[in-house]
Design a protein around this ligand. Structure first.
Ligand SMILES: [Zn+2]
Length: 268
């Protein structure tokens, strides 16, 4: 499922391609992915000029002169720039532009295509934390101050830090040599320094490789980050590349985690 690297890449491509286009029409095949009625949604965005495209975590923000189109792929999906002759077989929402290109949005399971004319009133994005790749050690330290709870839950909480999901986090925590259940208030400044570097290293590596190979970009091309690019994530029972200990899959609250029990010591 798409996390920060994939959403960053597709938002950059959308910015390149969509800014300056004008919405000519909207076709909704899955009304439940909207936050307002299909009629209100179409009326709000018809004729809108696209001014900018940016992202926050797993959400894409399309700024128009009539308000904001907000997209989230949920458990996975595609946003493709096509035309009516090259529409993909599966699509849930189509946004036509006056230049006869269109944006085809598909979800594997469920996602969101929202509209708002006031960003601060859009509950699902109004409180998102800073983008994970924008955090330096000082800002990470500031976020952690006086926070309780365990490290993994915190890193996955999109209102704290936006963009990390349950795919890249295993290698982030391994590179930082931190156990997912470490209490945040026990981290020292060197561990936070290492964690900040690990977050940016692991996410930028995937960005530089075009995102996860399972996902498509705006042009329908697959990413170049494959399972071989993972260090310990999803490698249960394989040897840790640092110490040779078998990688374990453990339950951490409602999620599973892959760890090296030697390199990432469990909290006492
Ligand atoms: Zn190890």
């Amino acid at each position: 499922m798409a996390e920060l690297p994939e959403i960053y890449l597709i938002s950059q491509q959308m910015k390149t391609e969509l800014v300056g286009k004008t919405v000519a029409g909207i076709e909704i095949l899955q009304p439940k992915c909207l936050n307002i009625s299909p009629e209100a949604f179409a009326a709000a965005l018809n004729g809108a000029h696209i001014l900018d495209v940016r992202y926050r975590g797993k959400w894409i923000f399309v700024d128009t002169d009539k308000g904001w189109l907000l997209l989230c792929l949920g458990m996975g999906g595609e946003i493709l720039l096509v035309n009516r002759a090259t529409l993909p077989e599966k699509h849930r929402v189509i946004i036509d532009f006056t230049d006869l290109t269109c944006l085809a949005v598909n979800f594997w399971w469920f996602g969101y295509v929202h509209y708002t004319d006031q960003l601060e009133n859009h509950k699902m994005t109004a409180n998102l934390g800073p983008n994970a790749v924008d955090l330096d050690p000082n800002s990470l330290q500031a976020l952690f101050t006086k926070r309780r709870g365990n490290l993994k839950s915190y890193l996955l909480d999109q209102d704290r830090i936006a963009g990390i999901g349950n795919f890249y986090i295993h290698d982030i925590l391994f590179q930082a040599r931190l156990h997912p259940l470490r209490a945040i208030q026990t981290l020292n400044e060197y561990e936070i320094l290492g964690l900040a570097a690990a977050i940016s290293d692991r996410l930028l590596l995937s960005i530089n490789k075009g995102g996860f190979y399972y996902e498509q970009n705006l042009y329908g091309q697959k990413g170049g980050f494959g399972m071989a690019d993972l260090v310990i994530g999803y490698k249960e029972n394989q040897p840790c590349p640092v110490c040779g200990t078998s990688i374990q899959k453990i339950k951490t609250g409602s999620t599973h985690s892959f760890i090296c029990p030697q390199c990432q010591k469990a909290p006492q």
